[in-house]
Design a protein around this ligand. Structure first.
Ligand code: GN1
Ligand code: MG
Length: 343
């Protein structure tokens, strides 16, 4: 994107655009992020993808409400809130979309690839802490920023629709994986039975490792990227951690022989999460840790394959067949997760 457009956004936050050094930052698939250096301080500027988040003001509303709640009830909790623009809002609208700005948390860093079980423990502890501290918050006060985001029934339905309306040569090309995913429909049946027994909580819904800030000693500081904080079930957060922490390679890896489940990371993740959520989760919920992983990996495999069949309209593709690779990667991981015995 044209640097001038980000500079215009910074201007609306009261910065002299000539003072701003702008660098691309992070690797999210949906929003765009930059690191800004200005007045010898660092900031994070983000443009919200408003084709996906159709009401970005709902995100801003939720972040404000959460910030107020933490300030009042847990003043020492590190909550990364947004900077206020000149017009008093925390979300500015320009011709090219909606921008918001965060202070960069000094002495913090993020991790892109998880290499040590201690990092899994720390991250899971931070996501657990986030939901545990918010257990007194009225979940339904949160606005829905993406409806049915982790509703597996809907994701399955969208997959079925793509099989009727999607690109027919891509359907033919993916037939083995389509068949595999249709055969795993028992994961959906289990979700439909279980979900009503799980408590509706404040759930982050995007618990990948790069959404945790670590300090210089590699201790977790807090969670970031709060766009999808909504009422939900713990299986979303625990499951997405399993999807992204247990395997030594990420969802873009083409060599599927590298896909494995690392038990020591599983154990660290579960104990990190329980170190904050033990007293919150019901006995029934605690029996569903392994299922959480299966649930989220299945959903992501369905989403990637649906997008491939629909010609990459949602995730985009860096090369022809990218979403097919991602789907195959997640299907391989799903099979490994199903076979994995946590002991
Ligand atoms: C998207 O943009 P990013 O990378 O934070 C997606 C997640 C997927 C993830 C897969 C709003 O997250 O649900 O798990 O890609 N977010 C949205 O990499 O769809
Ligand atoms: Mg995200």
């Amino acid at each position: 994107m044209n640097l001038q457009l980000m500079k215009q956004a910074m201007h609306l936050f009261g910065f002299d655009e000539l003072d701003c050094v702008i660098l691309p930052f992070g690797n999210g698939l949906i929003n765009e992020t930059w690191l800004i250096k200005a007045n010898s301080k660092k900031y994070i500027l983000q443009r919200i993808n408003h084709y996906i988040f159709k009401k970005p003001e709902n995100i801003a509303f939720n972040i404000r409400m959460l910030a107020d709640y933490f300030r009042k009830n847990f003043p020492t909790y590190l909550f990364v809130s947004t900077c206020t623009a000149i017009d008093g809002t925390d979300l500015v609208k320009t011709k090219t979309g909606y921008f918001r700005l965060f202070h960069f948390v000094e002495d913090s860093h993020t991790i892109d690839v998880i290499e040590d079980p201690a990092q899994a423990f720390e991250a899971a502890k931070q996501f657990g802490k986030f939901s545990a501290l918010l257990s007194g918050f009225k979940t339904t006060d949160l606005k829905i920023t993406l409806s049915d985001f982790h509703n597996l029934s809907l994701r399955f339905e969208q997959f079925e629709i793509s099989l009727k309306t999607g690109n027919s040569s891509r359907i033919l090309q993916s037939r083995n994986w389509i068949y595999f995913l249709l055969q795993q429909k028992n994961i959906l049946s289990k979700y439909e039975i279980c979900k009503n027994k799980f408590k509706l909580r404040c759930i982050h819904h995007d618990t990948k490792i790069s959404n945790v800030l670590f300090d210089e000693y590699d201790k977790g500081m807090c969670v970031i990227d709060l766009d999808t904080v909504m009422p939900g079930y713990f299986i979303s957060d625990v499951g997405d951690m399993m999807r992204t922490y247990l395997c030594p390679v990420g969802e873009d890896e083409k060599d599927f022989s590298k896909i494995t489940i690392r038990k020591e990371f599983y154990d660290a993740l579960v104990s990190g999460y329980l170190s904050e959520m033990e007293g919150e989760l019901s006995t029934n919920e605690k029996k569903h840790f392994h299922y959480a992983g299966v649930f989220m990996i299945y959903m992501q495999a369905l989403r990637f394959l649906t997008d491939y069949i629909n010609e990459d309209v949602y995730y985009g593709a860096k090369y022809e067949g990218h979403n097919l690779i991602r789907a195959g990667n997640q299907i391989t991981l799903l099979q490994k997760m199903i076979d994995f015995n946590p002991g």
